[in-house]
Design a protein around this ligand. Sequence first.
Ligand code: AMP
Length: 386
Amino acid sequence: MPKWPWVGIKSLCGLRLCLVGAAALPGPVAVINVEEDSANPLHHVNHGIISPCTLDAGPDSVEIGMNRIPVIENPQYFRHGHNCNKPTTYVQHIKRRDINLKRELGEGAFGKVFLADCYNLSLTKDKMLVAIKTLKDPTLAARKDFQREAELLTNLQHDHIVKFYGVCVDGDPLIMVFEYMKHGDLNKFLRAHGPDAIILVDGQPLQTNGELGLSQMLHIASQIAAGIIYLASQHFVHRDLATRNCLVGNGMLVKIGDFGMSRDIYSTDYYRVGGHTMLPIRWMPPESIMYRKFTTESDVWSFGVILWEIFTYGKQPWFQLANNEVIDCITQGRALECPWLCPKEIYDIMLGCWQREPQQRFNIKDIQKMLITLMKATPVYLDILG
Ligand code: AMP
């Protein structure tokens, strides 16, 4: 039985999740060689992953930088496996001929993200706009991870988790099909709606998109909180909650939609430890930085940082500091400063998320209630931020 009451997991293209309370869970462990796996910033299971169906119990550690950390596989990933005499998750398969690429949306650690038309996906519409994530030239191990990832995503369904439609595996590249979120990632959205936003037309500054008001900021935050409540109810820990990993759709609908590909664009948000391991230290609590301990409470810490990002219109936390200085600050107990014009009640929520002791941190359900209460009282503040 591993010493740590948590389970490490890293997904191929998707949510970086781990199942909490692992010490209570029986099951074999996997050896994960982080150095071999450059694809994901946190925990890497792409290569060297061994399913509980086939694995004999073995050494349960992973080396990240200087530390040897016990990591065991996330049983959730295999709950729906094919060989374990357990119910099978039916991942929807989409035919390649039903996908019609339109344009590139972005690029991540695994490949490009495209906007596409997808035919025969909806019963009511002939075609739908979707976002597709591609994985080129996968190894056998990467293929297996892709399958597991698809099973996991098929099972995660919530209004504030980006919708996963299925996979396309007839040929290369492998494709995951997701709902298209019109306004892209939340960090970009916040910056585009902040005081510094300038739109360039023919190289000339034209106009801003209009600053977000307090009620909109609270609306964004409470939707992310709803997504985290759902993940916690599924006993999943995300481990990389940040605005860059949320997506914005019509009507300011916000969903957690991280597919592990944001590292390329946002590489300065991650800190490289050892060979290829990248950690989002600016979003991590002391126990995650020092012991790689990730729990629902560490997700709550990250949520506090998300609140700070929202109220700074997408600034990078500790932007004035280098990574090693950030580590010193966080481990010594320094907190991010109250953003300009941020109401005290909201900064108090941030501070509640940043309690040093994980058990002292606010509960995510309580946080969501506080945000909704503040939202109802928003007219009082509207003149300040609106
Ligand atoms: P990612 O690597 O997942 O962060 O994706 C790269 C970029 O593609 C993001 O910054 C988004 O702007 C965009 N993107 C990713 N997924 C979607 C989606 N479902 N809908 C719209 N845009 C997306």
